[in-house]
Design a protein around this ligand. Structure first.
Ligand SMILES: Cc1cc2nc3c(=O)[nH]c(=O)nc-3n(C[C@H](O)[C@H](O)[C@H](O)COP(=O)(O)OP(=O)(O)OC[C@H]3O[C@@H](n4cnc5c(N)ncnc54)[C@H](O)[C@@H]3O)c2cc1C
Length: 535
C-alpha cells in the first residue's frame, strides 16, 4: 500500500493527465495557450512531488519534508486550476480528495515545526566528495570575488578559470575516452549537477555558469560531431584549455531559434565557410576561444530549422566589455557587452560577424552535419536545462542560508526575527522547496544519463520549476532582510537580481511550458523528435 503522500501525488497527477488528454483533443497547444502554460507548470510541480515522495522514505525528517512539499505542490496545481476548470476539462473540486492531506501539511504549525530542518541530500560518498570539493572552492575562491565582480561589472579572473580547470570541472560529463571524467552509467551527470549547484552557491555569474558552455558544446558534439572533431575538441574542452561560448540567439530570433538569419556559405576562395550575421546575448564571447555558432547553410529560408548547421568558430581571447578582430582576408568579428541587472562576470555580448572565415572542419558533423545543427543544439539543451536547474538550486541555497542567518541575528520588537511563526514558516517552505527541487534534479540527471531519450521532458520540467522557485526563494530571503535586503552590501540583493535571469535563458519558461512540456503531454508532435539526429 502506498503512503498518503503517494496517493495525493497520484490524485494530482490524474488531474494533470486528464487535463492533458482534454487539451490534446481540443486543438493544438497554441489554440489553448493559457491552459497549456498552466498545465506545463502543474505537471512540473507534480513530477517534483513524485521525486520527493521517494526521498521521504529515507527517514522521519525526509518524510516530513516530502509531505510539506506534496501539500505545496497540490496548492500550486489548485491555484492554477481554480476558476479555469472548464479549460482543463476538470470538475470543480477535482482535487478535493487531497484536501485533508493539504490542510494537515500546509498548516502553520506543521510548517513551523520544520523550521531549521533542511534534510540530508543522500548522495553517495563519491558525490559527497565532489560536493565537498566544489563547496570549498566556491567558499574560498568564488565568494571572496563575487561582490566585486557584480558591483564593478568586472571580468572573471583567470585564476578562477584555472582553478576550476585543475579540479576537472569542465570535463565532468565528457567521457574518459575524450579526456573527461565521465565513466558513464546512471550517475554520469550527477557530478556535473552537484558541482554546478555548489559553484552557483558561490556565485551564479562567477562560478556555476562557467561550466554550462562546455556542457552544452560537449553534448552537441557527442550527438553530431565526427570522430576527428571529438578527438580534436573534447579533450581541450575537458581540460579547460579551450573555453566556449554559445552563439544561437539573434536580435530578432531568440525563442524561435530555428528562424535565425546568420548565414554560412562555402568560401569561394578556399574549402571553408564564410559567416555573416549578428548574434546577441552570447555569454562569455569575449574570453571564449571558440563559439558554438548556429548558421543557415541552406539559402532556402522556407526550410527553417532544417536549413541550420552548427559551426565551431575559433577566435582570439578578449577581456573587458568589447572586442574587435580582423582576419587577413578581410573578415571581421566585433563584440559589445550588454549591461545587465545581474549575472555579471562572464558578460553577454552582441557579436557581429562580417565575412568571418572558418576552415571546412569547423562544420560540426562534416558533410553529414549540413542541416543538422538545430537537432544537435536541441539535444545539447537538455543537459543545459538540467544544469540550469542546478544553478537555480545553488542560488536558492545561498539565499536561504543568508535569510536563515540574518533572521537569527536580527531582533525585531524585542525578539529574534527567527522566533516568529511567520519567519519559521517562510524558512521552512524555502528549505522544503529547495530540497524537493534538488531531489527532482537528481532523478532527472539519472534519467537523462541513460541516453535513451528519457528525461528530456523532465529536464524541461525541472528547469522550469527550479527557475521559477529561485525567484520566489530569493524574494523571500531578501524580504527577511528588511531594508538591508535592498542594500548592495548584502549578497542577498545579488541573489535576487541573479535569479531573475534563470527563467529567461536556456528556454524561456513559456517556451518550456508550451512547446516542450504541454506538447508532449497532450500528444502533440514535439518540436524536434529525438531520433531525428542522424549522426
Ligand atoms: C543574461 C542572458 C544570457 C544569455 N546567454 C545566451 C548565450 O550564451 N547564448 C545564446 O545563444 N543566447 C543567450 N541568451 C538568450 C536567451 O536564450 C534568450 O533571451 C531567450 O531564448 C529568449 O529569447 P528572446 O530574448 O529573443 O525573447 P523572445 O523570444 O522575443 O521572447 C519574448 C517573450 O515572448 C515569449 N514567447 C516566445 N514565444 C512565444 C509563444 N510562441 N507564445 C507565447 N509566448 C512566447 C517568451 O517566453 C518571452 O517571455 C541569454 C539571455 C540572457 C538574458
Amino acid at each position: 500500500m502506498g503512503s498518503r503522500a503517494q496517493d495525493v501525488v497520484a490524485q494530482a497527477r490524474a488531474v494533470v493527465t486528464e487535463a492533458a488528454a482534454y487539451l490534446g483533443s481540443n486543438g493544438d497547444v497554441d489554440a489553448n495557450q493559457q491552459a497549456a502554460y498552466d498545465l506545463g507548470h502543474a505537471a512540473a510541480v507534480v513530477e517534483a512531488a513524485a521525486a520527493v515522495v521517494e526521498y521521504g522514505e529515507h527517514g522521519d525528517v525526509e518524510r516530513r519534508i516530502a509531505d510539506a512539499f506534496v501539500a505545496e505542490a497540490v496548492h500550486d496545481v489548485a491555484t492554477r486550476l481554480l476558476g479555469r476548470e472548464a479549460a482543463w476539462g476538470a470538475e470543480p473540486g477535482a482535487l478535493d480528495a487531497a484536501m485533508p492531506f493539504v490542510r494537515e501539511h500546509r498548516s502553520a504549525d506543521f510548517l513551523a515545526s520544520l523550521s531549521g530542518l533542511e534534510g540530508d541530500r543522500h548522495l553517495d560518498d563519491d558525490f559527497e566528495l565532489v560536493r565537498d570539493t566544489f563547496h570549498r572552492f566556491a567558499q574560498d575562491k568564488v565568494r571572496p570575488l563575487a561582490e566585486h565582480i557584480h558591483r564593478d561589472n568586472a571580468d572573471i579572473p583567470e585564476e578562477v578559470i584555472a582553478g576550476l580547470a585543475e579540479l576537472g570541472t569542465f570535463g565532468l560529463s565528457i567521457p574518459e575516452q575524450y579526456g573527461g571524467y565521465s565513466t558513464g552509467g546512471d550517475g554520469e551527470l550527477l557530478a556535473m549537477v552537484v558541482a554546478t549547484e555548489e559553484l552557483s552557491w558561490g556565485s551564479l555569474g562567477v562560478g556555476g555558469s562557467l561550466i554550462t558552455r562546455p556542457e552544452i558544446l560537449a553534448r552537441a558534439m557527442a550527438q553530431g560531431a565526427t570522430e576527428a572533431q571529438k578527438q580534436e575538441w573534447l579533450p581541450r574542452l575537458a581540460s579547460g584549455e579551450v573555453m566556449a561560448a554559445v552563439a544561437v540567439t539573434e536580435p530578432d530570433f531568440g525563442s524561435d531559434s530555428g528562424a535565425i538569419t546568420t548565414t554560412a556559405v562555402p568560401d569561394p576562395g578556399g574549402d571553408g565557410w564564410v559567416i555573416n550575421g549578428v548574434k546577441t546575448w552570447c555569454t562569455f564571447a569575449g574570453r571564449a576561444d571558440v563559439l558554438m555558432l548556429m548558421a543557415r547553410t541552406d539559402p532556402d529560408r522556407s526550410r527553417a530549422h532544417r536549413g541550420v548547421s552548427m559551426f565551431l568558430v575559433p577566435k582570439p581571447r578578449a577581456g573587458g566589455h568589447s572586442f574587435a578582430f580582423d582576419q587577413p582576408d578581410g573578415g571581421r568579428m566585433e563584440g559589445r557587452a550588454i549591461d545587465t541587472l545581474g549575472y555579471r562576470g562572464m558578460h553577454s555580448y552582441e557579436v557581429s560577424l562580417d565575412g568571418w572565415r572558418v576552415p571546412a572542419d569547423c562544420l560540426v558533423g562534416g558533410a553529414a552535419g549540413v542541416g543538422q545543427g538545430f537537432y544537435m543544439q536541441m539535444a545539447s539543451f537538455d543537459n543545459g536545462r538540467l544544469q540550469t536547474a542546478a544553478r537555480a538550486i545553488g542560488v536558492m541555497q545561498a539565499a536561504y542560508e543568508a535569510a536563515r542567518d540574518y533572521s537569527s541575528d536580527r531582533s525585531v520588537f524585542g525578539r529574534a526575527l527567527s522566533d516568529y511563526e511567520l519567519t519559521k514558516v517562510k524558512l521552512a517552505r524555502m528549505a522544503v522547496v529547495i530540497q524537493a527541487t534538488r531531489q527532482f534534479m537528481y532523478t532527472v540527471a539519472r534519467l537523462l544519463a541513460r541516453d535513451t531519450g528519457e528525461g528530456v521532458l523532465e529536464a524541461a520540467m525541472v528547469k522550469a520549476y527550479a527557475c521559477r522557485s529561485a525567484e520566489w526563494v530569493t524574494r523571500e530571503a531578501m524580504q527577511l532582510h528588511g531594508g538591508m535586503g535592498y542594500a548592495e552590501e548584502y549578497a542577498v540583493s545579488r541573489y535576487f537580481a541573479d535569479a531573475r535571469v534563470l527563467s529567461i535563458f536556456e528556454g524561456a519558461e513559456e517556451l518550456l511550458a508550451l512547446k516542450v512540456i504541454a506538447r508532449r503531454l497532450t500528444g502533440e508532435r514535439p518540436v524536434v523528435p529525438p531520433q531525428r539526429i542522424r549522426t
